[in-house]
Design a protein around this ligand. Structure first.
Ligand code: AMP
Ligand code: GLY
Length: 427
């Protein structure tokens, strides 16, 4: 089978790495991909948001299956466009993609189906929201309704911060049309965990749990990022908690999809807050998480192509999904300045020194144009999150030590990473 992966991050590299192990995959393409993905796939220079371009490439290369990584093309309706061309595609259609594309859509869904989540209210009028400032007390959680590259959530400590955020979202429109509607939520406390699930329209099957580290600095300090590292499985998941999540969240979610006519096929990523009164949904995303995927897929024993096919054909309940007992840790190496502005084009060294059994998933990397003294093209930084050094071990500790020992072999100017990936951090 010829498979085309859409996207260019560490998540897409992990998907390419895993799919390349399938004996039934004869050729892999990635649009647009990155320097690391060229090891597993032929990269084609078409942007993930260029839906017409992706459809043309899929037809031209006679692709048998397309796998969509990022949320933006999903919200734009890339799955509907490819399916119209008769090309089987892994990912939810435009209607279902609202579960990530609109916070208000998801909150209404959760409310309607009595799924535990923070209380909320939505606002489209700036003055009305200003009058309601402090609605659920402080800190005040304000969320731009639409997609904002993971930056649309503000947790305002007090009234002046909240008023500033309201002015930025609804007055200055820093998130563009994504901030025309703002959702205000109750502030939840506890430990966050991510749960990625395969969904085929009929059943929802959770993958192994993972823990993401969203803030830039150690100890969960500083601004939010796309994710600075993960480990899997999460150490906070007990059998009792898993049962609670299944009964209170997963089952009503799949039933809700059916009742609401949402034929969701793909990955549902559930952001959870595990508090004293049980698990609550913070958010839904409609795709694999980045960098959760790097940790989770490195522990998958089954053939990922079989699972993708079962999701597309609605036969997931018959599909066996086997996980290895090894634990995984992924440490993200980011550019200086990230999540703010950052330089690009810095040379990355030491990649060849990494242990054979450690996988360095590439995110923001590209090849330079001129060969080095050794005749090879250098790998350069080209994004905020650059690499995800991913190791497995019999214990969490072994995976952690191996990941950090290999991080030390890699270098680029201004490289930053968190040193506490794999440790439990309480909010
Ligand atoms: P989201 O994009 O909705 O996942 O929000 C980004 C981050 O903001 C989450 O990972 C949490 O750390 C935090 N957050 C979002 N909603 C809440 C909430 N209601 N209470 C506390 N923290 C929240
Ligand atoms: N790691 C969080 C996300 O993928 O949105």
């Amino acid at each position: 089978m010829k498979v085309l992966i859409v996207g260019s991050g560490g998540r897409e590299h992990a998907i390419a790495w895993k799919l390349s192990q399938s004996p039934r995959v004869t050729k892999l393409y990635c649009a647009p991909g990155n320097a690391g993905i060229t090891k597993q796939a032929e990269c084609v220079a078409v942007k993930a948001e260029d839906i017409d371009g992706i459809c043309s490439i899929a037809k031209e290369k006679k692709i048998d299956m397309v796998v969509i990584g990022p949320e933006v093309p999903l919200s734009m309706g890339i799955v509907d466009a490819l399916e119209k061309e008769g090309i089987p595609t892994f990912g939810p259609n435009k209607k279902c993609a609202q579960l990530e594309g609109s916070k208000a859509f998801t909150k209404a869904f959760l409310d309607r189906h009595k799924i535990p989540t923070a209380g909320y209210r939505e606002f489209t009028d700036k003055e009305e929201l200003k009058k309601a400032v402090g609605l659920f007390g402080y800190p005040m959680v304000l969320k731009a309704d639409g997609l904002a590259a993971g930056k649309g959530v503000v947790i305002a400590a007090d009234q002046s911060e909240a008023l500033r955020a309201i002015e930025e979202m609804m007055g200055d429109k820093v998130f563009g049309s994504a901030g025309e509607k703002v959702v205000v939520e109750e502030f939840l406390t506890g430990i966050e965990a991510s749960m990625l699930c395969f969904v085929d329209g009929n059943v929802i099957v959770p993958m192994e749990s993972a823990q993401d580290y969203k803030r830039i600095f150690d100890g969960d300090k500083g601004p939010n990022t796309g994710g600075m590292g993960t480990y899997s499985p999460s150490l906070i998941f007990t059998d009792e908690l898993e049962q609670q999540i299944r009964e209170q969240i997963l089952e009503p979610t799949i039933e809700g999809f059916k009742k609401d006519g949402l034929d969701f096929k793909g990955v549902l990523f559930i952001g959870l807050m595990i508090g004293e009164d049980g698990p609550k949904v913070i958010e839904f995303n409609n795709r694999f998480g980045d960098p959760e995927t790097q940790s989770v897929l490195s522990r998958l024993d089954s053939d990922l192509l079989d699972i993708f096919e079962a999701v597309i054909h609605g036969t997931l309940s018959e599909q066996k999904i086997a996980w290895g007992s090894r634990k995984a840790v992924c440490v993200v190496l980011a550019s200086e300045g990230y999540p703010g502005s950052y330089p690009k084009g810095r040379k990355i060294s030491g990649l060849e020194a990494v242990d054979q059994d450690v996988i360095v998933f590439h995110a923001g990397t590209k090849y330079g144009n001129e060969a080095d003294e050794d005749g090879k093209l250098p790998v350069l930084t080209s994004g905020g999150r650059v690499l995800g050094v991913t190791a497995t071990g019999i214990t969490h500790e072994e995976a952690r030590e191996k990941a950090f020992a290999n991080v030390k072999k890699i270098f680029f100017e201004g490289m930053q990473y968190r040193k506490d990936i794999g440790c439990i951090i309480k909010q």
